[in-house]
Design a protein around this ligand. Sequence first.
Ligand code: GLA
Length: 414
Amino acid sequence: MTRAVAAGAALWVAVACAPAPGAQIDDAAVAIPGVAATPPMGWNSWNSFGCDIDETTIRAQADALVSSGLAAAGYRYVVVDDCWYSPQRAADGSLTASTQRFPSGMAALGAYLHARGLHFGIYAGAGQQSCAQLSGSYPGRTGSAGHETTDARTFASWGVDFVKYDWCSADSDLADQKRAFITMRDAIRATGRPMIYSINPNSGLTSDGEVRGARYDWGGVATMTRLTNDISPQWTAATGPDGYQGVADIIDASADATARVSAGRWRDLDMLEIGVGTSLSPAQQRSHLALWAMMAAPLVAGNDLTVMDPATSALLRTPGVLAIDQDPAAHPATSMTADGTVRTRELSGGRHAVSLSNRGATATTMTFRPTGSGPTHNVWTGAVVPTGSDGTVSVTVAPGDTALLETTPGGPGQ
Ligand code: GLA
């Protein structure tokens, strides 16, 4: 942005000024009215299948979402990520499904999902190319730039309920991103179909080398906005903000994120890696779900649901944790410690959730003092946690794990 400032007799011009961290990109109260009063929940194809998707795979995942009980627990959006489309647009400029991968077409897939009580999500690239096209892993240049109205109408006509709109261009600036993301928001609004609008402004960097999504508040532009670069199924990735992110890296990034969160304006910590690969311990997977819930983040499973083991299924469906995530008050947690290992989240009805994370290598006892008068519950087990004679509550937390407690009205304690 360039501005002119009159200071006394002097006129200062052309002062380059990047918006301050947390600055709102657009002042709309909500991007798409009527969607996502609570954080969206569902499943996305990318973490387990990458570019290797077809309609048989997606239908099998949808069936497993229902038969496993995940759909009944709230995971209802089935998002078909990158690589579903034909590498060429049709003669009229519209996107079409890859005839090899989705021979029945996308409207038929939408009908299949809707018949099972599920919602239909789809991926599109914001620039000239999708991320897979940019990286050379899928042919063509079918990004939505210049085709926003056509593509939003196409998606609406297929019964799409969720658009993942992904930025994949390293050579553009914030002004380009604003224009692109707002143009698609307005195109989605103009269809009249209430589609969740999920953006990822992180795949390109600002000219000063910082990741965009973490810096600004896109809540008036999109229903949910990615905070970091892509998650990978490991605890820490050590590649910096423009490389892959481990679960702990994203937890750290979320602790001091400045964007405002409220109904219809969610901060996306990326899809879940629970049940993906073998690198994350059971305790780390619990922390993954617990901290996503504490931060009121969308819960979008990324594991192969057709081979899901009972422990993964049970973890993803843990009722108390999902209730924290979906709490209608929509207040994400604040960190009580500089390292973010203790967080409190204000819940509806005057209750509070408290997370106590052990980032060390050995089990540790963590203590806090609830200020409410009633009992404190362990959210994982439902059991009452005894209050000591000094009024404190103590829990032993395994390495990598997160204890989740819920207090009765009166305050979170300290
Ligand atoms: C980007 C996104 C991922 C996924 C891929 C698809 O990397 O951040 O979530 O959508 O593109 O190519």
